[in-house]
Design a binder for this molecule. Structure first.
Ligand code: ATP
Length: 312
């Protein structure tokens, strides 16, 4: 059986009366590269901060390779974290940050990983990081996180502020490192196209709840888009477990569905879906008109953000 890199059970965190994360149960097997997706305020940063032990849960528990990251230094030694906006001490040089990292992480640190990566990118070790570009700072943050040789690397929107080329270079560096060291990754981002290229597992949060957590290939195999003659919302479609999202013209219906068997191909044209289609459908699905025999739990969502908001 594959080891769990990250496992949460009933995990919850609240600020005053507001639940930032609620009843979060998920499992990320070791070796996965997982996308953590959800609209603004869904609870992604909260989940990542709970996972690295920076926040104390109000309910439930979180385990990193079976250990509690708040109580067990060995669990924290297994973790690397690149926080949102890649905060680094701006008056320090990358070289000084590498030295600091070594002293703060006596259990496991490899200077050469950070130095070689930065040299490969042509990034100077003797320039204050506050004077580097956003993309260069992100690369320094990634190099420092990797030098810790984490078994689980958590990244909170590391590429949000980067231009497309810098984003591409960052993702390439990340994938190269993951391939080399076998690191498990949980990466939060709104950039679904970037995620689709590299991730093999999806965790989708919506209004503080886990909506999906599964391997990408399983999700893509169990969802499709059906196009056929107009069908009333709620009408049963053989082979369809849940209608996630439906749209209609006068004569035609388009349904993004979760299937549990073969769909009648004489009546429906069946199209594969992309990860982006699937995420947007789940986030945009709303309770109400599509409720009916094929409407599963995932169809009963509150109205989500628009495609442009999610993909922005
Ligand atoms: N320190 C805090 N004090 C009060 N409320 C907070 C705090 N941190 C987060 N929240 C609230 O918790 C909820 C989840 O926030 P979180 O930052 O985890 O969302 P997110 O999915 O990372 O959002 P984004 O995509 O905008 O970064 C939001 O409603 C947010 O306002």
């Amino acid at each position: 059986m594959t080891e769990s890199a990250l496992r949460t059970e009933g995990l919850g965190k609240r600020y005053g009366q507001t639940w930032a994360l609620q009843d979060c149960s998920l499992e990320l097997p070791a070796g996965r590269i997982a996308a953590l997706v959800g609209p603004n305020g869904a609870g992604k940063s909260t989940l990542l901060h709970l996972a690295v032990g920076l926040l104390r849960p109000d309910t439930g528990q979180v385990r990193v390779f079976g250990r509690d990251p708040r109580d067990d230094p060995d669990a924290r030694a297994d973790l690397g974290f690149v926080a949102q906006d890649t905060p680094l001490y701006p008056d320090f040089t990358a070289g000084e940050l590498i030295t600091m990292g070594r002293r703060l992480n006596p259990r496991g640190w490899d200077d050469s990983i950070a130095r070689d990566r930065l040299a490969g990118l042509g990034l100077p070790l003797d320039k204050r990081v506050g004077r580097l570009s956003g993309g260069q700072r992100a690369q320094v943050a990634l190099a420092l996180a990797l030098a810790k040789r984490p078994r689980l690397l958590l990244l909170d929107e590391p590429v949000a502020a980067l231009d497309p080329l810098a984003r591409h270079e960052f993702m390439q560096a990340l994938m190269g490192a993951v391939g080399e060291y076998g690191t498990t990754v949980l990466l939060s981002s709104h950039l679904l196209n970037d995620l689709e290229r590299v991730c093999d597992h999806l965790v989708l949060l919506h209004t503080s709840h886990v909506q999906l957590s599964a391997p990408v290939d399983e999700l893509l195999a169990s969802h499709c888009r059906l196009v056929g003659p107009r069908t009333p919302d709620g009408a049963a479609v053989p082979g369809v477990a849940a209608v996630i999202r439906a749209s209609h013209t006068e004569r035609q219906s388009t349904l993004l569905v979760r299937t549990d068997g073969p769909v009648d191909a004489s009546r429906w044209t069946v199209h594969e879906v992309t990860l982006e289609d699937l995420v947007l459908a789940h986030l945009g699905a709303s309770a109400g008109p599509s409720a009916g025999p094929n409407t599963g739990p995932s169809a009963g969502l509150s109205a989500g953000p628009t495609a442009s908001e999610v993909a922005a």
